[in-house]
Design a protein around this ligand. Structure first.
Ligand SMILES: Cc1cc2nc3c(=O)[nH]c(=O)nc-3n(C[C@H](O)[C@H](O)[C@H](O)COP(=O)(O)O)c2cc1C
Length: 195
């Protein structure tokens, strides 16, 4: 029998919450259906409640519309073509064109190493909050940090100053077509409990 340590510890509600946290998967393939803008606005608002040391609120969120997505596709085609040839460039642009929603999350830059680390950590928790909120709403997502996100052309398209902000993630989102399986180490392999 589970020993209760807090009110509601063994509740159905808590088990369901754990299932949302455990069940979120990185989604690569999406149905070609738009996600309501309002839901994304809500998810971003919820994400801003993530912990952030000193309440620095170091994040900025950019939701891309079809014109900016088109410019990103041109950029990725150009970058991949230069590196791997035309066929690879066209293939990448086609696969990226099937990502229904695009959100870029940036973190403010700082010369203070500790502040920078803590701000980045805060932004990472905001991204996870955003993704989990969507997952609960039936929307999948994928956090990416590919080369394009560090290209100066990407900052130009998204419209931030690369000396003031850096990309934490390009987050694609949409209704999942396929939800892949995943596994994790047993908790005993990652948790050390001290006396
Ligand atoms: C900071 C960060 C960057 C990531 N960048 C990429 C990426 O560029 N390409 C990719 O395929 N997955 C990327 N991922 C997603 C991970 O590959 C994914 O979370 C991992 O495979 C575990 O799968 P799950 O999210 O379904 O548990 C990134 C995840 C994080 C946290």
């Amino acid at each position: 029998m589970v020993k209760k340590t807090a009110p509601g510890y063994d509740s159905q509600e808590l088990r369901e919450f754990a299932e949302v946290l455990r069940g979120r998967r990185t989604i690569n393939l999406y149905l070609q259906m738009p996600v309501p803008d309002e839901l994304i606005r809500d998810a971003v608002e919820v994400a801003t409640w993530a912990p952030n040391h000193g309440v620095t609120e170091p994040w900025r969120f950019y939701r891309l519309g079809s014109k900016s997505i088109g410019r990103c596709l041109d950029l990725v085609r150009e970058l991949v073509t230069a590196a791997k040839g035309e066929k690879a460039g066209a293939f990448k642009a086609k696969s990226w064109s099937e990502k229904p929603g695009w959100l870029v999350v940036t973190c403010r830059s700082s010369d203070d190493e500790l502040l920078q680390r803590e701000d980045y950590a805060a932004c990472a928790t905001a991204v996870q909050t955003f993704m989990l909120y969507l997952w609960k709403a039936g929307i999948g997502s994928k956090w990416t940090t590919g080369d394009i996100t560090r290209d100066p052309g990407f900052a130009d398209i998204v419209g931030f100053n690369a000396s003031d902000e850096f990309v934490v993630g390009l987050i694609w989102y949409g209704f999942p077509k396929v939800t892949p399986a995943q596994s994790r180490k047993d908790v005993s392999e990652v948790l050390t409990e001290l006396p």
